[in-house]
Design a protein around this ligand. Sequence first.
Ligand code: CA
Length: 436
Amino acid sequence: MSYPNGKLSEEKVFKDPVHRYIHVRDKLIWDLIGTPEFQRLRRIRQLGTTYLTFHGAEHSRFNHSLGVYEIIRRIIDDVFQERPEWDDNERLLTLCAALLHDLGHGPFSHAFEKVFHLDHEDFTRAIILGDTQINKILLKMGADFPKKVAEVIAKTYKNKLVVSLISSQIDADRMDYLQRDAYFTGVSYGHFDMERILRVMRPREDQVVFKKSGMHAVEDYIMSRYHMYWQVYFHPVSRSAEVILTKILHRAKQLFQEGYQFKTEPKHFYSLYKEDEKITVADYLKLDESIILFYFQAWMEEEDEVLSDLCNRFVHRNLFQYVEFNPHLQMQQWLELIQLFKKAGIDPDYYLVLDSSSDLPYDFYRPGEEEERLPIHLQMPNGELRELSRESEIVEAISGKRRTDHKLYFPQDFIEDLSSKKKVKEQILEILKKPY
Ligand code: CA
């Protein structure tokens, strides 16, 4: 494979707080980093609303994407080099897929995708294959090269070894974000011995396997992930901010569809709000977190009280309070609360929100099931492969066990202010206090 002036005349390095340095020697990679589509990732935070809980968590998808690229580069150039199972013709393809795997993320992606029924993976694909700078650069590698990059990211590429490096239960994506998110949030979970894991990785037919001698480093990685989910990713305060964000986007959409006259027209959202229109890649690329926050700031001044209140809450971090609440066990209380909120004049559609988070820390192979996951395999000294949870008691203890957390979010201040409706107020507080 060739790319005009394949290697840079001098290696470029990015200083990185997690991997110390990120090394770029290929002109192709350097040119991709310089495109507007990739630079946009600087304006999208890796952890969405988490910065409102952990103030250090301001790092971007740009940081993370470079990190995933660097991990893959080390695996290929240092660990896999000269191993007969690795085909070095796949090198640039794998590096491009690593660098570009998050390209299609939108602002506050989780909430954004939920409200507008979008999928960042579709946009990653559309940006790679569409009329973009990224596509022009990839095309120089060959007519079908962009398609191959998209296939690796979509996990449909024929060489499954390449796919498993980018997405599996222990891949470069997860190894980067766990360490990076731990670093920027400042928590003590999330750290594990990546150097050790990289040393024991081996390419084997259609997957990456790990030498048995590195099992404890792999266990440590699984436990880090487990802790990060519950301590950071599902933190109820970040979820509270996300609930408000979701409701702002819903409210603005509803107002737009009702013909409400905005003081600040949601121009960037037009094609998302119109039911019969599909957002173009060019318009999607104009969306980033700076734009979203601009609207939230402006909409604090809107006549519509719900929209302006929710925007005030988000911008000034006056978030919703929460209690444990399981809708399956507390259906009666849920229905009562809706009625009481209506009586109190607080719109339950915007101010009473159930939210559930769940995670499966590690799973062994269950063929044919939804969300099928490839298990982690250890390579025993005699060459035999064993699935990780059969060898590790620690991993076995959490394998296949989904944990779900249900919370109910509401504005405590509104309820406190119900002084003229004392009875309703007491009834609401009574239900919210009751543990299930
Ligand atoms: Ca990622």
